[in-house]
Design a protein around this ligand. Structure first.
Ligand SMILES: [Mg+2]
Ligand SMILES: [Zn+2]
Length: 165
């Protein structure tokens, strides 16, 4: 079994603009995230992004746009010797299509856990909204709530998990 660091995308990995991010030029990687990923990778964590992308359901952008951003991020990570294990995203928006994957529902996490045989007790999820925390809680994973776009020093080092907080 392996442990995993799950991350929300908008507001954690990249800058939350308070509107849909689907153009390459609007996708800015947040300060601190590369360092954070390096630290967790070094500590043996898989890195998995879990993201709601309801703009697809609304017709604002397409799956290909999402993939383009993800490829950009994967490339950026690769150049820093970081391997992103996987991306899961929910393309649905509740008033348009119902689904079981949109956070706070936890199907994306459940899929990831099954696919990679992840040990939930050693894993955690970093998010910038309560629905990320609820999603993590639904599968028994510890959630770490941050302010949007603020990768604080406290969470940079995976060892903080061992200290009580
Ligand atoms: Mg977010
Ligand atoms: Zn969905």
């Amino acid at each position: 079994m392996v442990k995993a660091l799950f991350l929300d995308r908008d507001g954690v990995v990249n800058f939350e603009r308070s509107e849909y991010t689907f153009r390459l030029e609007d996708f800015t990687i947040n300060n601190g995230i590369i360092e954070l990923l390096l630290n967790f990778q070094k500590d043996g964590f898989l890195i998995i992004i879990i993201s709601n992308q309801g703009g697809i359901s609304k017709g604002i952008y397409k799956k290909e746009d999402v993939e383009k951003l993800h490829n950009k991020f994967i490339k950026e990570c690769k150049s820093n010797n970081i391997n992103i294990t996987d991306f899961f995203y929910c393309p649905h928006f509740p008033e348009i299509e119902n689904c079981l994957c949109r956070k706070p529902k936890s199907l994306m996490l459940e899929k990831a856990i099954a696919k990679y045989n992840i040990n939930i007790t050693e894993s955690l999820m970093i998010g910038d909204s309560e629905r990320d925390m609820e999603c993590a809680e639904n599968v028994g994973i510890k959630g770490i709530l941050i302010k949007s776009n603020k990768i604080n020093l406290k969470i940079l080092n995976p060892k903080f998990l061992n200290s009580k907080s």
